[in-house]
Write a protein that binds this ligand. Structure first.
Ligand code: SF4
Length: 360
């Protein structure tokens, strides 16, 4: 990150907040995501609930704790920026790859049922540094056991309240594997009264016939294409993901719309040149069915820090991109929701409206 000479660091952030018309709280959280924090205990990264200065809400954020040179640190119950507290720490725990977690008060259930922790190949993926407590559960019976445990653990009468069950996994090598897993999950979840949408993050489902099968066998569906970046794809991504192109992604999302599958994509802000980031997202925006998962690039070690595009060394990259993408998505009427993304470009405000939804 560049420095603006001689001013106290927090004042620099305040100046950026004014210059880009981004709420100060959002500037702090985006900066923390981009920079990471100084080492803390032996945590590679930590899941935190924070109350930023000037906000009376608690926000969830997951930060890498590996950057000796970061201006952020956690000390005395606060996140400090160059020694000045910028957020109270309400809760903090080691972030490992867990088998399940809940968002939006349990309306959204995320499962890592397909050993995400053993998936490797994307240069920026935190899997390599995290402790893993996930596994591969494939049969309907195994998935039903997991859901039964989840239901009991939370004291729910059934799963009829849940709106979405997400499978977050990069490890399906073939479309058929993904479809079979999701259709087993649908059958297992139906046993517990679940009628909501299934959501899969994947790059292997591309052909129309696979999408037709997906819709027929798995019911209401949301497919997020794990696109991640537009440049240097062969270098940064595992082969099965790298082969997905921008044009193909638009076609897949069009097919999804025709088949009544909700579609969007993941994008990691900070890996591409500024111009490419704007061009790529603008190209895809008219094809999405819901607001895409746009995340601030987090580096978990020096090796990953080198993967960041040099344009994105400056915090201004993210703040400008945020503003420009608000304009890009304006005609779609779509906006981000807080609980869908813990390292977004938008925390409290999107364009001229508050970002909706529960924060955790
Ligand atoms: S596909 Fe890539 S980003 Fe996703 S879990 Fe595997 S290595 Fe990580």
């Amino acid at each position: 990150m560049t420095s603006m000479a001689m001013r106290p660091a927090v004042e620099q952030l305040r100046a950026l907040s004014e210059q880009f018309e981004v709420p100060f709280m959002d500037v702090i959280l985006i900066a923390a995501n981009a920079e990471g924090a100084r080492p803390l205990r032996d945590y590679p990264r930590a899941r935190m609930q924070l109350r930023p200065i000037g906000s009376d809400e608690v926000w969830q954020i997951i930060l890498p704790f590996d950057n000796e040179h970061s201006r952020f640190e956690v000390a005395d119950g606060a996140v400090k920026f160059e020694g000045e507290p910028v957020a109270d720490v309400v809760a903090l725990e080691n972030d490992d790859v867990v088998l399940t977690y809940l968002r939006a008060g349990g309306n959204s259930i995320t499962l890592n049922t397909h050993s995400r922790s053993r998936c490797t190949g994307c240069m920026f993926c935190p899997n390599v540094i995290e402790d893993a407590s996930d596994d591969t559960l494939t049969s309907e019976g195994q998935l039903a056991e997991l859901l039964e445990w989840l239901q009991a653990d939370n004291g729910w009468p059934d799963l009829s309240h849940a709106e979405v069950i997400t499978v977050c996994s990069g490890c399906f090598h073939y479309p058929a594997m993904a479809i079979e897993h999701m259709s087993s999950l649908r059958r297992a979840a139906e046993r517990f009264g679940f009628q909501g949408r299934l959501h899969l993050l994947s790059s292997v489902l591309r052909d129309r016939e696979d999408l037709v099968r997906l819709r027929e066998e798995c019911g209401p569906f949301h497919l997020t294409l794990t696109l991640e970046c537009f440049e240097r794809r062969q270098l940064l991504l595992k082969d099965t993901k790298a082969s997905l192109t921008l044009e193909r992604s638009a076609e897949i999302m069009d097919d999804c719309r025709e088949l009544d599958i909700l579609a969007d994509f993941t994008y990691v802000a900070g890996l591409d040149s500024y111009e490419t980031a704007v061009k790529g997202v603008s190209f895809l925006a008219p094809h999405v069915g819901t607001f895409p998962r746009i995340q601030v690039y987090q580096a978990h070690n020096d090796y990953m820090r080198r993967a960041r595009h040099r344009d994105a060394e400056d915090l201004g990259y993210f703040l400008r991109l945020r503003r420009e993408l608000e304009t890009v998505f304006q005609p779609t009427g779509l906006a981000p929701r807080s609980w869908e993304n813990y390292r977004p470009l938008w925390y409290s405000r999107f364009a001229d409206r508050p970002v909706a939804g529960p924060r955790v």
